[in-house]
Design a protein around this ligand. Structure first.
Ligand SMILES: Cc1cc2nc3c(=O)[nH]c(=O)nc-3n(C[C@H](O)[C@H](O)[C@H](O)COP(=O)(O)OP(=O)(O)OC[C@H]3O[C@@H](n4cnc5c(N)ncnc54)[C@H](O)[C@@H]3O)c2cc1C
Ligand code: FES
Length: 238
């Protein structure tokens, strides 16, 4: 059982929760989270690793309050217990060489651990990050710890700012229209792009088939075979 060491609002409706004792994972993987003493909501909710401090074993999650589950999470105090199952899913591949990360809204959260992992695995690589928000930006300072360049856009279309013609691996996470735009631009430019998909999840471990999506290789479970896919595999179905 994990313990909440911090749970604070960092922007309007956006919370940062730190957990000690949660299973550690890789960038793009996620935890299925549930309050152990509550049956409402009954289903656990998936949240991605936003960052991990391997020295202290602390997992940071950043989440947006949407409905019942995330609103309940936002009310939990330091010291509360959290049932955390994971690491779930397949994360982002750490392609060698330069990297461009494109995040929209709360989709920026998993990209922070990705920037951290890319920097650690190849310190000399160049990492460029494009972050887009509707109204208020967050995690900017944190991205600055790992990235060479961080560009922030409020209220615009973040994929317009990204140049897909560079010699780099591209990674994107955010709303579906953003992923679709990124996939089209990447395909046109012949760029290698990995995207993280989202769907409501009941089990999170591949057992219920409630999260399947069509891919060029047949139906796949987003929770188990994803959530990260090569954009070429899924862009027809975005
Ligand atoms: C892999 C992955 C990673 C994610 N990472 C993050 C993150 O890092 N930060 C973040 O803010 N958000 C993240 N999300 C989105 C987050 O999980 C949702 O915002 C959250 O589950 C919403 O729950 P809620 O109870 O607050 O909202 P609600 O809208 O109340 O819940 C979603 C609704 O769907 C229903 N539901 C849920 N699962 C099912 C199901 N399987 N079948 C039928 N109904 C269902 C619920 O009962 C509820 O009615 C991620 C999602 C995925 C799939
Ligand atoms: S959520 Fe059950 S198979 Fe993916």
């Amino acid at each position: 059982m994990a313990v909440i060491s911090e749970n604070i609002e960092i922007a309007k409706g956006i919370f940062k929760m730190c957990l000690s004792g949660a299973p550690l994972g890789e960038a793009g993987q996620f935890l299925m989270l549930k309050q152990p003493d509550s049956l409402d909501p009954f289903l656990a909710r998936p949240l991605s690793y936003c960052n991990i401090d391997k020295n202290s074993g602390t997992v940071t999650l950043v989440y947006q309050t949407i409905g019942k589950g995330t609103k309940a999470f936002s009310k939990l105090k330091q010291g509360s217990l959290m049932q955390a199952v994971g690491p779930c899913g397949r994360g982002f591949p750490l392609v060698s060489g330069n990297a461009v990360l494109i995040g929209g809204g709360i989709g920026t959260a998993p990209l922070l651990l990705l920037a951290h992992a890319l920097r650690e695995s190849q310190p000399e690589r160049h990492i460029k990050v494009h972050l887009g928000f509707r109204e208020e930006a967050y995690l900017i300072k944190e991205f600055g710890q790992y990235a060479d360049e961080v560009s922030v856009d409020i209220g615009g279309i973040i994929t317009d700012a990204a140049d897909f013609s560079q010699a780099a691996a591209y990674y994107a996470c955010g709303p579906e229209p953003m992923l679709k735009a990124a996939a089209l631009k990447a395909e046109k430019a012949g760029a290698e792009l990995y995207i993280s998909l989202e769907k409501n999840m009941a089990c999170g471990v591949g057992a219920c088939f409630g999260c399947t999506c069509k891919t060029k290789g047949g139906n796949k479970r987003i929770c188990k075979d994803g959530p990260v896919f090569n954009a070429l595999e899924v862009h027809d179905v975005l």
